[in-house]
Design a protein around this ligand. Structure first.
Ligand code: COA
Length: 321
């Protein structure tokens, strides 16, 4: 059977790191409050010369180098972002141009914090149906550009960054590597709980992020546990067989609560929210790259991705490396 096999991972972070203490000099907050409620200790913030496309391109190059593939061999780029360089063209096309692999497919996916899961699932479908042979799936964000720095309930939670993976369409055995299953969901009824109050067709401005955090939290724990169970049922794999969960990094308490609902020990959860904060679509591939590069995630491991974001959107994917 043809499966989308992961060849390599990569990531990129802005140069400037801002600790909670530094943030507390500008915003009415404290290191103690942020750590206790979220687990976040620091975040990276893009300078004016760093954009979603420059971070995405750096992460893509890193992923190609880790995979040992020439960027020219990439014929599909799907970039998940809610903070594109421009309203159009798609940021993916700018990454494609920077990598020098023009002519293939390149487009953006907008599912906010679940964007990487949506992009992965679409890439997997295009690879399995033979429309492309080798894909870059990227999550890249500069959320600092859409934060209201006067709103302490949101601005302390997010950061900037990019993560990328290379997927290759390969003929593999049933118990071989690749993406095993993905499930995606959306429910537009909850827009008001997490949204940006601007856009090209409404205000004509970029807008700022607005969130009712406590209510988002409640939905996240329920939706994530449900979608993880769906993927396990689809594959017939039990939660004990999972080697690693690589979750969207929004809040350390959501990570713990979701793992507990699935009876998974917290040692199996890759946690990077302490150092990256919530980087939206970038958070899953950033965390994956950390787990792979520090040697915890090994070839043959069963790895579950999960994420939930504005919309609401949510999803999960199971891969064998
Ligand atoms: N520093 C200090 N105090 C703060 C603060 C900050 N940065 N932000 C809020 N507070 C205060 C509030 O004003 C409130 O004070 P009050 O009780 O006097 O009114 C108090 O802290 C509690 O606020 P609340 O919003 O109820 O806290 P919480 O325990 O729900 O934690 C979040 C807030 C945002 C950390 C939490 O709800 C969360 O993580 N939600 C999920 C968000 C998420 O995952 N979003 C992304 C999904 S993709």
């Amino acid at each position: 059977m043809i499966r989308s096999v992961l060849l390599g991972t990569g990531s990129a972070l802005p140069k400037t790191c801002v600790s909670n203490a530094e943030l507390a000099e500008r915003v009415d907050t404290s290191d103690e409050w942020i750590v206790e409620r979220t687990g976040i200790r620091q975040r990276y913030i893009a300078s004016e010369h760093e954009t979603t496309s420059t971070l995405a391109t750096a992460a893509a190059r890193d992923a190609c180098a880790s995979a040992g593939v020439d960027p020219a061999s990439i014929d599909l780029i799907i970039l998940a972002t809610a903070t594109p360089d421009n309203t159009f063209p798609a940021t993916a096309t700018q990454v494609q141009h920077a990598l020098g692999c023009g002519g293939g497919i390149a487009f953006d996916v907008q599912a906010v914090c679940s964007g990487f899961l949506y992009a992965l699932s679409v890439a997997d479908s295009l690879l399995k149906t033979g429309q492309a042979k080798r894909a870059l799936v990227i999550g890249a964000e500069t959320f600092s550009r859409i934060l209201d720095w006067e709103d302490r309930t949101t601005c302390v939670l997010f950061g900037d960054g990019a993560g990328a993976i290379v997927l290759d369409a390969q003929e593999v055995a049933e118990d071989g590597p690749g993406v095993l299953a993905s499930r995606l969901h959306a429910d537009g009824a909850h827009k008001e709980l997490l949204y940006v109050d601007g856009g090209p067709s409404t205000t004509g401005t970029v807008g700022k992020l607005r969130m009712r955090g406590r209510e988002v939290f409640r939905h996240a724990v329920v939706n994530l546990a449900d979608v993880l169970k769906e993927v396990l049922e689809d594959t017939g794999i039990s939660s004990e067989e999972i080697d690693w969960i690589v979750p969207h990094q929004a809040n350390a308490r959501i990570l713990t609560a979701t793992a507990r609902k699935l009876d998974l020990p917290s040692e199996k959860v890759i946690v990077t929210v302490d150092r990256h904060a919530n980087t939206s679509a970038a958070s899953v591939p950033l965390a994956l790259d950390v787990g792979v590069k520090d040697g915890r995630i090994q070839p043959g491991d069963l790895v579950m991705f999960e994420a939930m974001g504005g919309g609401f959107t949510w999803g999960a994917s199971l891969l064998r490396l």
